[in-house]
Design a protein around this ligand. Structure first.
Ligand code: UDP
Length: 254
């Protein structure tokens, strides 16, 4: 299987980190990094691996659109500038080792672990914290476990929760206007050199569950990485459709 096209090495510094979907490079400014979006896809803690054609380009664009939307509404992010179709200049942050998951409708691990039926509306929405640790399989944490492990302070946890709720409010409304239901999503945050909490990583069909609101069929409505996880086919087409709806909505707000 072909790899993602090579990063344009001319302006890239040393490779600092290669994750499942992105590569991070240094730049000549210690406060600035470059993130490169790959086509590689993994699921089930990397037990399932594959490639989604052009995913890196699509996710880079979607993240750029959504982070600009969030910035406009007062959410500080790490994103400085999109510099090519797969690359963004980002502020260097120290990543908080928590995956913050927001759930509006029940899906995925919530259904598996609790028996709540797929698609059940969650009111209020859930904000959950998972430990960012592949060796441990990213376990679900409790507040007490987070403090026992020294992962963050009570004040920071409150700030993370409030930011996640604010982001959910903005994104849910926006996706509704796109005809898309924001089922759930994962966020990552980091602190910059001044200690300010910034939204980091990406928001894309890799990290969200997105259902075509007007499509009643359970398999056909899926526009996100569940198409890959569940072998539903037309994975790249799902991602592309999300991008097109976001772009259309931003160009022509209803
Ligand atoms: N998610 C993610 N990265 C992870 C785990 C989850 O982006 O390592 C996203 C996932 O795409 C979904 C939401 O977080 O939008 C909730 O995922 P869930 O806990 O249901 O886990 P899953 O069953 O999808 O692994």
């Amino acid at each position: 299987m072909a790899n993602s096209p090579a990063p344009s090495a001319d302006h890239l510094g040393q490779k600092l980190y290669e994750g499942k979907a992105k590569i991070i490079y240094a730049t000549d400014n210690p406060e600035v990094l470059i993130t490169y979006f790959k086509d590689d896809a993994t699921a089930f803690n990397a037990q399932k691996r594959g490639q989604i054609l052009n995913k890196g380009v699509i996710n880079c664009k979607i993240t750029a659109y959504l982070y600009a939307l969030l910035e406009k509404q007062g959410i500080a992010t790490h994103l400085l500038e999109t510099t090519s179709e797969r690359e963004q200049r980002i502020k260097r942050v120290q990543i908080v080792p928590l995956e913050v998951v927001v759930r509006n409708l029940a899906a995925g691990s919530l259904c598996k672990q609790t028996g709540i039926a797929l698609g059940t509306k969650l009111e209020p929405s859930l904000v959950e914290f998972y430990y960012k640790n592949d060796d441990l399989g990213d376990p679900l944490l409790t507040r007490d476990r987070i403090f026992a492990m020294g992962l963050t302070s009570p004040e920071r946890l409150t700030e993370l929760t409030q930011k996640a709720e604010a982001i959910n409010h903005i994104l849910s409304q926006f996706f509704t206007r796109c005809g898309i239901t924001l089922v759930d999503f994962k966020l990552e945050f980091g602190t910059d050199s001044a200690g300010t909490l910034l939204l980091a990583d990406e928001i894309s069909p890799d990290t969200c569950r997105l259902w075509d609101t007007s499509q009643p069929d359970e398999r056909q409505r899926v526009m996100d990485k569940d198409r890959f996880r569940q072998d539903l086919g037309n994975v790249a087409a799902g991602y592309q459709a999300v991008l097109e709806r976001i772009a259309a909505q931003l160009e022509n707000p209803a």
